[in-house]
Design a binder for this molecule. Structure first.
Ligand code: UD1
Length: 337
């Protein structure tokens, strides 16, 4: 069975391609290499023994998207990762985000709408909840107005998919990720941030390896036990596996609604200082860090209620925070060699 993975050479995409191939799916990757490297294909091949098909296509080009679906008319499912994801950049250049994240989605759905049946998995984010009032966060928590154009594209994307599913043969799963971290245990693939990392864990590993002088901890005056902000850090391999479970659910017609939504997290919140301590333990090094002002737009805490993902989707995270940090560290050491 042929599955399209857009953004399949990116961080979460590449790990998902591995899990799909491990489960026997034929994968076609679309990626425009804007935030990824073509070498990732070799990493995927070394892990799975198989190269996915690859098309270097920019999904903003509607003609190319149409031509792709003419060539690969037997695609039965799509996992759509391709999108821009830097919050700050989206504030600076909102139209880039609306064009890239929204137009691409529309062009893909236009093609899928022509099919008798199509399964669609969408990369969404816990950012849609903003600062939720209740922890842990369930899928029924209210959507709050987005704090950035990036966050808005995730909300709009969810709405577009829901509207289209109502009037087409498309069934969809919206996956709201908490904070994905880590790397494949083989160290063949992992995160490759462009420039200075904005996210906590790549900044930690780059500091530990000596690429950055010190980590800035953004605020220690939050209303949390140690004053630093709390997130739900999930191993990227766990996250990747959830995509395969969700896809099979649609392909086997086990979904209860045309569009279903699941939180993907571990259910455990960790503060920035807890992440630093766990990193120091698994890496056996001291991390150079300082406390600075809060980062604008950051929330106090977000961690997932995982009951729906566990019981309805039938998926559960397996790796601990320590496992995920150890894999991220192993990966950092390998790529710097
Ligand atoms: C961020 C995005 C979110 C996006 C997600 C994707 C913002 C405001 N949010 O989530 O929309 O979906 O990435 O990966 O950018 N921290 C530090 N020092 C650092 C970096 C981070 O103290 O150098 C802290 C942050 O304040 C936060 C935690 O670490 O409390 C996690 O930060 P990060 O990895 O950037 O993720 P989010 O902000 O949760």
């Amino acid at each position: 069975m042929k599955i399209l993975v857009t953004g399949g050479l990116g961080f979460i995409g590449s790990h998902t391609v591995v899990e799909l191939q491990n489960e026997g799916f034929d994968v076609v990757v679309i990626d425009n290499l804007s935030n990824s490297s073509v070498d990732v294909i070799d990493g995927i091949e070394r892990i799975t023994g198989k190269k996915p098909l690859f098309e270097n296509i920019d999904l903003r080009d509607k003609n190319l998207v149409t031509a792709f679906f003419e060539k690969y008319h037997d695609i039965e499912g799509v996992i759509h990762f391709a999108a821009s994801k830097a919050v700050g950049e989206s504030v600076e250049n909102p139209l880039l985000y609306y064009e890239n994240n929204i137009n691409s989605l529309v062009y893909l759905l236009q093609q899928l709408q022509k099919k008798d049946k199509a399964s669609f998995i969408f990369s969404s984010s816990c950012t849609v909840y903003g600062q939720a009032e209740q922890m842990p966060i369930t899928e029924n928590a209210p959507i709050q107005s987005a704090m950035s154009p990036y966050g808005n594209t995730k909300q709009i994307g969810e709405e577009i998919i829901s509207d289209v599913a109502k009037v087409s043969n498309i069934n969809a799963v919206l996956l709201r990720y908490f904070n994905p971290i880590g790397a494949h245990p083989s160290t063949e693939i992992g995160e490759l941030p462009l420039g200075v990392p904005q996210n906590l864990v790549p900044f930690i590993t780059q500091t530990a390896i000596g690429l950055r002088a010190k980590l800035s901890v953004f605020g220690n005056d939050y209303p949390t036990p140690d004053g630093t902000a709390i997130r739900d850090y999930i191993h990227v391999v766990d996250l990747a596996k959830a995509h395969v479970v969700a896809l099979k659910r649609l392909l086997n017609k086990q979904n209860l609604e045309k569009v279903e939504t699941f939180n993907l997290g571990t259910g455990k919140g960790s503060s920035v200082l807890e992440v630093i301590n766990a990193f120091e333990k698994v890496s056996e090094r001291k991390l150079n860090y300082q406390i600075v002002e809060r980062r604008e737009g950051d929330i106090t805490e977000a961690y997932a209620n995982t009951v729906k993902a566990n019981e309805v989707l039938g998926w559960q995270s397996q790796f601990s925070l320590e496992d995920a940090l150890a894999s991220a560290w192993k990966w950092e050491q390998k790529i710097r060699k």
